[in-house]
Design a protein around this ligand. Structure first.
Ligand code: F6P
Length: 342
């Protein structure tokens, strides 16, 4: 068989580990051939590919990013997109695809399979950990560790200067990174997209923390919203899947806290640092296992499925299930952390 591989959406540490596992087992055990499509769905849409064999995947296990490149190209953006994908695969003699991506890439994969009969197996990825069908996605553990280390460092400088330090982390719809990094780093306030927050309450917690002679650290997810809404979010700037470019809540909070408490506040926006660099051991192992199960699924003709972590086992679930539900932080988990606030 000849299999195409693509990586779409925001990149994520561990993508190369998946690619390596797919190719190593696909070539070594099953004798398949591979085509690497560049930049997510742009590759099959524009017939842009590169060779992908065992020599190409040597040494990539610890490397962040993706050797295939990534994009947020939506194959459904043009009416003839799905047809072009199907024709280009056929012309290249590609029997099926492995699509590694998050809700947008896999949502497109699910539709291309269900509505256009394109044979696809999915692998879930996102640092946000918000895909419902799998217990964890790779990349998340790395992002949490990067954010935790930043919080550890901010504690000491916050205390030296008696400042409020705010860390803005990624998390568009779900506060998994904010919650895990905040809990691991001993944050004094954690703000997540799942529950609108009251700025006055945040200021109260800031005061309580200063009263203990230590300075407060606030972790805020980029998608967190104050009660009453965020006045100046730039709704005009969207990507091919219609997502608004977030960011700004950390600096907004900085101003509000200074104005309301008279304490100096500074925001650090971690941004893409959370997505770059080498994956943790946990993410390398999870990504590798996803890759091994994905190539098994291809070999067995289980098209329209996706590898998913359930407990400690990797299962295959329907691609349609992968993006059916966003996995948000359960309220009870958030409440567990509240004992450390202030
Ligand atoms: O989907 C992962 C994610 O990291 C989100 O948390 C974040 O909002 C988004 O990607 C940022 O994407 P981009 O790099 O395209 O701005």
């Amino acid at each position: 068989m000849r299999i195409g591989v693509l990586t779409g959406g925001g990149d994520c540490p561990g993508l190369n580990a998946v690619i390596r596992a797919v190719v190593r087992k696909g070539v070594g055990v099953y004798g398949h051939e591979f085509v690497g499509y560049r930049d997510g769905w742009r590759g099959p849409l524009e017939a842009d590919s590169r060779p992908l064999g065992v020599p190409e995947v040597r040494g990539i296990l610890p490397r962040g990013g993706t050797i295939l490149g990534s994009s947020r190209t939506n194959p459904f953006a043009d009416a003839d997109g799905p047809k072009r994908v199907a024709e280009n695969l056929e012309a290249a003699g590609v029997d099926g695809l492995i699509a590694i991506g998050g809700e947008d890439t896999l949502g497109a994969a699910s539709r291309l399979h269900a509505e256009h009969g394109i044979p696809i197996v999915g692998v879930p990825k996102t640092i946000d950990n918000d895909l419902g069908a799998t217990d964890y996605t790779f990349g998340f553990d790395t992002a949490v560790n990067i954010a935790m280390e930043a919080i550890d460092r901010l504690h000491t400088t916050a205390d030296s200067h008696h400042r409020v330090l705010i860390v803005e982390v990624m998390g568009r719809h779900a506060g998994w990174i904010a919650f895990h990094a905040g809990l691991a780093g001993g944050a004094n306030v954690i703000l997540i997209p799942e529950r609108n927050f009251d700025v006055e309450k945040v200021c109260e917690l800031v005061g309580r923390r200063f009263a203990s002679q230590f300075a407060p650290i606030i972790v805020v997810a980029e998608g967190a919203v104050p009660a009453g809404g965020m006045p100046d979010r730039n709704e005009a700037s969207t990507d091919a899947f219609g997502h608004v470019r977030l960011g700004g809540i950390g600096h907004w909070l900085e101003g509000e806290i200074e104005r309301r408490t008279g304490k100096e506040a500074r925001a650090t926006v971690l941004g893409h640092v959370q997505r770059g660099g080498t994956p943790t051991a946990f993410d390398r192992v999870l990504a590798t296992r996803f890759g091994l199960h994905a190539i098994d699924a291809v070999h067995d003709g289980r098209w329209g499925t996706m590898a998913a972590l359930r407990g400690t086992e990797i299962d295959l679930v329907e691609l349609s299930e992968a993006t059916a539900e966003l996995k948000t932080l359960p309220p009870s988990m958030y409440e567990e952390a509240e004992v450390f606030f202030g």
